[in-house]
Design a protein around this ligand. Structure first.
Ligand SMILES: [Zn+2]
Length: 251
């Protein structure tokens, strides 16, 4: 199994062992907003941490971490241009499999500006992108997000994340990957199974998005367990819990 979206910097050492014991081989640890991000130096130190310290902490427990790096909409420091300038070289690192997580939280004009610049960069260098959809005003913000994707990047480079019943109908024709975040207060394993029963496993990956918010490091294995109980074929289970991630990111 591969967890397609986590925030390893917010989690204790022991979580990585628990995940490995449960059969998770790898995860993608994404840049986000763990601190106030008052300057670009804080953002870059955060990115340095997820690319180095956390990769080592997880490896010691038998869990391989890949990274997604970029400017989260809640991490836009006043001097964000400094981070944007550094991004191309950070994205060259072989362990960095995507630009992310990026996206819109409130769709303010600075957020749109930073989001657009990162989409254009990803298109230029043909890098995969992990895109956040927010909890509040989710449907309206997702519509704006999708129109900006349409205008700036080949959708087949995009994983749009935190997909749930409130936005799935907007994504029926979407060519990229769709992430289902199984997380307390967001979506249960049973709800994820119902979504997969209705829409199939072809274009979905599973993730825990584990962070300092209520989270479950075992979201992916618990969803796999529920899929088995619901009678899914082994091939479908493997596709959504591992193969789609490994094929999409080349890992
Ligand atoms: Zn996240």
């Amino acid at each position: 199994m591969i967890d397609a979206h986590i925030h390893a910097d917010t989690r204790p050492y022991e979580d990585f062992k628990m995940m490995a014991v449960a059969g998770i081989k790898a995860a993608i640890s994404c840049a986000h907003d763990p601190l106030k991000m008052s300057t670009s130096a804080v953002v870059l130190d955060h990115i340095h941490r997820i690319m180095n310290n956390d990769v080592k902490r997880a490896a010691k427990n038998g869990l391989k971490l890949y990274n997604a790096v970029g400017l989260h909409p809640r991490s836009i420091s006043p001097d964000f241009e400094v981070v944007l300038t550094q991004l191309p070289s950070l994205l060259e690192n072989e362990n960095v499999v995507a630009l992310g997580e990026i996206g819109l939280e409130t769709a303010s004009s600075p957020e749109r500006d930073v989001f657009k610049k990162q989409l254009v960069l990803a298109q230029e260098i043909k890098k995969k992108v992990i895109i956040h959809t927010p909890r509040s005003n989710k449907r309206e913000i997702t519509k704006i997000t999708l129109s900006m994707i349409d205008e700036n990047i080949d959708p087949s480079l995009v994983q749009i994340d935190h997909v749930d019943n409130s936005i799935i109908d907007l994504l029926v024709e979407f060519e990229g990957m769709r992430g289902i975040t199984v997380q307390p207060q967001k979506m249960t394993p049973q709800e994820a199974v119902r979504l997969l029963e209705e829409y199939g496993t072809q274009k979905f990956v599973l993730d825990s998005d584990m962070s300092s918010s209520p989270s479950d490091p075992l979201s992916v294995p618990k969803t796999v367990h529920e899929m088995r109980l619901a009678g899914f074929e082994d091939a479908d289970i493997k596709r959504v819990s591992e193969e789609n991630v490994s094929r999409f990111y080349g890992i």
